[in-house]
Design a binder for this molecule. Structure first.
Ligand SMILES: C[C@H](N)C(=O)N[C@@H](CCC(=O)O)C(=O)O
Ligand SMILES: [Mg+2]
Length: 355
């Protein structure tokens, strides 16, 4: 089997909700849909959803990357996934969102060739995933209103964005807890917006509201600071922007810098390196989450398949596709009832795409 062509098109999903985080205000979301064709008539699909402050690339960079890597990939066996990652990594550093799109398409082809759904191919621990729903920074009243709405839609875990204003964050969490009651899990994501002392103070206050976890409270380079925080708070501490690669995960483990790692396929460069991050974490007793950037159904299908497949991946933040209008030319992959995503039994990613 050989790759015969790479084709891509821009997707411009329309946001349904305001989404402000400590790293950015409501940037326009856009993604690239990738199709890899083979000589056996099997095609695989992938998505690149870059976010420059984290993945270091944007849509134009990724289009240029696809253009340049295309001649290197045509004629190669799409099932040789490790080899293709080696080719991509020798070709260019970074461009992880673009590499993720290629990786998803290769796994989609592998699934279609073997007749297996991706979640099964990757380990098959389960065919379902429970996802949280994320609330962007807004006034405490608006955040509490949205929290109530998501709980009414069946979500049991809320991820609340904080990190811009310590006082307002406390007020928002107080109002959210009051609005949703005691049974809902509340986790925070500060997207690097706090410093060490603020984080420790905030998390001590958060004990009153039974907040379970905080994600990436301080700048991504500060592993020492994360260890300092971890030793002083009672809740779980998650790394997100600090961990892109298996090497970063290894450093996090060695330095005992976190309890949980948020693996995002766009940061890691796809499922193949994400599996390595999870293995490093698992060997050290660190749990993982599969998160997302602004992926549509295509990228979320890949993330959900991986999250379902692996026992060590205990959390999922696979909500971006619910924050945008669904695209009429993409369907399948999974269904969602309340907060439970159920993977399709169709081979590969199991998506139906009118490319
Ligand atoms: C959308 C998802 N729930 C999320 O919060 N992802 C990121 C932020 C990505 C973005 O702004 O596009 C995260 O930091 O976990
Ligand atoms: Mg995060």
């Amino acid at each position: 089997m050989i790759i015969t062509d790479l084709k891509w098109r821009e997707m411009e999903p329309v946001s349904k909700v305001k989404f402000k985080i400590a790293l950015r205000e409501n940037a326009k979301t856009s993604s690239l849909l990738l199709k890899i064709e083979t000589d056996e008539g099997i095609s695989g699909y992938g998505e690149a959803s870059p976010f420059e402050p984290v993945t270091g690339d944007n849509i134009e960079d990724i289009k240029a990357f696809f253009e340049k890597i295309k001649p290197e990939l045509i004629g190669k066996n799409p099932l040789a996934i490790e080899k293709i990652h080696r080719i991509m990594n020798r070709f260019i550093v970074g461009k992880t969102a673009g590499k993720a799109a290629i990786d998803f398409a290769l796994y989609d082809i592998l699934g279609k060739k073997t007749g297996m759904p991706l979640y099964m191919l990757l380990g098959g621990n389960s065919n379902t995933v429970q996802s949280d729903m994320t609330i962007g920074i807004d006034t405490p009243d608006e955040m509490a209103k949205l929290a109530k709405k998501y709980v009414n839609e069946g979500f049991n875990i809320l991820k609340i964005k904080v990190g811009l204003n310590y006082e307002e964050d406390l007020e928002a969490i107080r109002k959210i807890r009051e609005a949703v009651g005691d049974k809902i899990s509340i986790r925070l994501d500060a997207n690097q917006g706090y410093d060490k002392k603020q984080t420790i103070n905030v998390m001590r206050e958060m004990e009153k509201y039974s907040v379970e976890e905080i994600e990436q409270p301080i700048p991504c380079w500060d592993f020492d600071g994360m260890k300092f925080i971890k030793d002083r708070i009672t809740q779980e501490l998650m790394m997100d922007e600090s961990v892109h690669s298996p090497n970063d995960a290894h450093r996090a483990v060695k330095e005992e810098a976190c309890d949980v790692i948020n693996i995002k396929l766009m940061k890691a460069g796809g499922i193949f390196p994400a599996l390595q991050i999870n293995a490093v974490a698992q060997a050290a007793g660190i749990k993982c989450m599969i998160g997302c950037m602004s992926e549509t159904r295509v990228g979320i299908a890949a993330g959900a398949a991986l999250a379902a497949a692996k026992k060590n991946i205990v959390y999922a933040d696979l909500d971006s596709y619910r924050m945008i209008e669904e695209l009429e030319y993409v369907s399948g992959g999974y269904t969602q009832e309340g907060d439970i995503i159920t993977l399709t039994e169709k081979p590969g990613l199991g998506l139906e795409i009118d490319f």
